[in-house]
Design a protein around this ligand. Sequence first.
Ligand SMILES: C[S@@+](CC[C@H](N)C(=O)[O-])C[C@H]1O[C@@H](n2cnc3c(N)ncnc32)[C@H](O)[C@@H]1O
Length: 214
Amino acid sequence: MDAKTEELRAAHDILAELYADRLASALDHMPAERAVLDLFCDLTLAADLGTNVGDVGCGTGRLEPYLAARGLSPRGIDLSPEMIRVAHRDHPGFDFNVADLRELPFGDASLAGVVCWYSLMYLAPSDRPAAFSELARVVKPGGYLVTAFKAGDGEVRRGGRSTGLSIEFDVYWLSPGEMERRVIDADFAVVFWGGRPAEGQEGSPQGYLLAQRS
Ligand SMILES: C[S@@+](CC[C@H](N)C(=O)[O-])C[C@H]1O[C@@H](n2cnc3c(N)ncnc32)[C@H](O)[C@@H]1O
């Protein structure tokens, strides 16, 4: 594992309990996020490609009950073993595994969709084409990808400092235009894009993109 990935993984191991504590019910207060996820769920079910979806970079698994309540069968993967340990603890009954999104443990065209909720914004630009190709590999033609990300100028920042936990890692405020180009290059068609200003403790605006596999 390269040094940047090791740094990211170690930081998220330390963040796992904080995430479990702070994010468990965050969606309850985020109508825009629920609306984008609901659109993903509705379109994925309407595509009639089955209910299996990947939650890629699932963190502590907070989205699993939400997706399951809307008829999907999510399987979570995350780089951080500690995130996965907490996900198993807090959401027993769901399938969670340690994996890197650049090498997904899902078969070709095996999923009706993938959710990448704030998990693609750590990818260095050089890793992005292969990562989007990997997402495209696992989604059935006609299936969907939905992603949320910190939206901005595309520049890298150092994340984690504000937690006071002595952690740091690279995080990119992704350009919505670049995200559109990346999914199109990976053989998806954009269905919805949107964004909203930063709220509360968020340091950046948030971007959303929903795309269908060609
Ligand atoms: C901001 S958290 C979001 C977690 C979850 N999606 C949520 O919304 O609660 C980002 C997660 O992406 C994971 N992650 C980052 N890079 C990854 C990679 N290359 N492969 C798999 N997971 C990754 C991190 O370990 C972390 O748990």
